[in-house]
Design a binder for this molecule. Structure first.
Ligand code: NDP
Ligand SMILES: Nc1nc2c(ncn2[C@@H]2O[C@H](COP(=O)(O)O)[C@@H](O)[C@H]2O)c(=O)[nH]1
Length: 322
C-alpha cells in the first residue's frame, strides 16, 4: 500500500466547465440530511458548545456536540427539537452511557445523529453500543469511531453503524503516537483511502487538517465529511479561553484525552495548546466553502463528486507495507 499524508499529495486539474466558482455545489449528504460543506467541527470541549451547535444547525452546517457535560445532553436534545433543529450528540461506552441511551428512548427523544466517540473504536464495547442504539433508537444515524483500518470499518458497518470516523492520532493536540506507538498520524490521508476502499457507507476523516486544501484532498480519497479541531478552535465563538501574549490573541485548545479535559493524569493521550485567534467562525466556514467551490472548478465539475475522480501526484517519499 502507498503511504502518504496531506502535504505529500497534489490534485491534478481538469478543464473547467463552469463560468463562476459560485456555480459549484459543495453540499454533502449524511443520512437524510444535506449540509452546506463537508466539514464538521470536532466534538471537543474547546471546539463546540451548545450555542455554536444551534448556530451551525440553523445555518446548514453539520455539528456534533461533545460528550463532556453528560448531564446536559438530554435537555440539549429537547432544546434542539423545540427549535426544529437536528440534535447531534456524542456518547462513550461506559455503563452509564448505555443507560443514557435508554433514558432517551424512555422519554421518546430520538436524536438525529449519535456519534460514539472513543479513542480505539474497533472494540466490542462500540459494537455493543451500536446494537443498543439501533435497538432502542432505530431512526438515529449512528457514527462510530475512531478507527484506522478496513477491518474496523467493515466490522462497525456490519454491526449497524451508518458511518465510521477514521483517524487514530493525527490530531494537533494528539500524543497517542508518542505515548503508544500506534496510529495513523503521518499517513492519515493514506489511511482514509485504505478505509474508504473497504467502506460501503460514509467515511468521516478525522484529524490532521492543516489547510483548506486538505479538505478537498480528504474528499478525493473517500471522505464524505471531514472533522476539524485545531483549525476551528480559534474563533470568537469557540469555547476555549482567550489568552493574549505580547499583544497577540490566542485561544486555548486541548485534547479530549488531555489531563485538562480528564481532570487527572490517567491514560493521558492529549495535550493542551494555544491556537491563533481567527475572528468569527462564520468567516472561516465561508472561506472553506469558497475554497471548496474553487476545488470543484479545478476538478472540472459542478459538485464535490468531481473531486472524487481527479488524478493526483505523490510528491514525497512513497513507502510500502504489507
Ligand atoms: N482520535 C484519536 O486519535 C483519539 C481520540 N481521543 C479522544 O479522547 C477522548 C477519550 O477517549 P477514551 O479514552 O477512549 O474515552 P473514555 O475515557 O470514555 O474511555 C471509553 C471506555 O473505553 C475504555 N478504553 C479506552 N481506551 C481503551 C483501550 N485502548 N483499550 C481498552 N479499553 C479502552 C475505557 O476504559 P479505561 O479508561 O479503564 O481503559 C472506557 O471504559 C475521546 O473523545 C476520544 O475521541 C483519545 C485518544 C485518541
Ligand atoms: N490522540 C488524541 N486525539 C484527540 C484528542 N482529542 C481529540 N482528538 C482527535 O483530534 C481530532 C482533531 O484533530 P485536529 O488535527 O483537527 O486538531 C479530534 O476530532 C479527535 O479525533 C486527544 O486527546 N488525543
Amino acid at each position: 500500500m502507498r503511504v502518504f499524508d496531506y502535504e505529500d499529495v497534489q490534485l491534478i486539474p481538469n478543464k473547467c466547465i463552469i463560468d463562476s466558482r459560485s456555480q459549484a455545489d459543495t453540499t454533502t449528504t449524511l443520512g437524510k440530511y444535506t449540509f452546506k460543506i463537508p466539514v464538521v467541527p470536532a466534538n471537543m470541549a474547546t471546539v463546540i458548545n451548545e450555542e455554536l451547535s444551534v448556530w451551525l444547525a440553523k445555518n446548514g452546517y453539520f455539528y456534533v456536540m461533545h460528550r463532556f457535560a453528560p448531564e446536559t445532553r438530554l435537555s440539549f436534545v429537547k432544546k434542539m427539537h423545540d427549535q426544529d433543529l437536528i440534535a447531534s450528540i456524542s456518547v462513550g461506552v461506559k455503563p452509564e452511557e448505555f443507560q443514557f441511551v435508554s433514558d432517551l428512548a424512555d422519554q421518546q427523544l430520538t436524536p438525529e445523529f449519535i456519534t460514539i466517540d472513543i479513542a480505539h473504536g474497533h472494540a466490542n464495547s462500540v459494537i455493543k453500543m451500536i446494537h443498543h442504539i439501533k435497538q432502542l433508537l432505530p431512526e438515529t444515524f449512528v457514527i462510530a469511531g475512531n478507527v484506522g483500518t478496513p477491518e474496523a470499518v467493515r466490522e462497525l458497518e456490519n454491526a449497524g453503524a451508518d458511518a465510521t470516523k477514521v483517524g487514530i492520532g493525527p490530531g494537533k493536540a494528539c500524543i497517542t503516537k508518542l505515548k503508544t506507538g500506534f496510529g495513523t498520524g503521518g499517513w492519515q490521508l493514506a489511511a482514509i483511502r485504505w478505509c474508504a476502499k473497504a467502506a460501503s457507507k460514509p467515511i468521516i476523516a478525522d484529524g490532521g487538517i492543516r489547510t483548506n486544501g486538505d479538505i478537498a484532498k480528504s474528499v478525493r480519497f473517500g471522505a464524505t465529511m471531514v472533522m476539524i479541531g485545531s483549525l476551528l478552535a480559534g474563533h470568537q465563538e469557540s469555547p476555549g479561553n482567550m489568552i493574549t501574549i505580547d499583544g497577540k490573541n490566542y485561544k486555548q485548545y486541548y485534547g479530549s484525552a488531555s489531563e485538562t479535559q480528564k481532570g487527572q493524569h490517567k491514560n493521558v493521550e492529549g495535550r493542551q495548546m494555544l491556537v491563533p485567534y481567527r475572528g468569527h467562525i462564520q468567516d472561516t466556514l465561508e472561506e472553506m466553502h469558497q475554497d471548496l467551490q474553487s476545488a470543484v472548478s479545478y476538478a472540472g465539475g459542478k459538485t464535490l463528486n468531481a473531486i472524487r475522480k481527479v488524478d493526483y501526484v505523490i510528491l514525497h517519499g512513497v513507502n510500502d507495507f504489507n
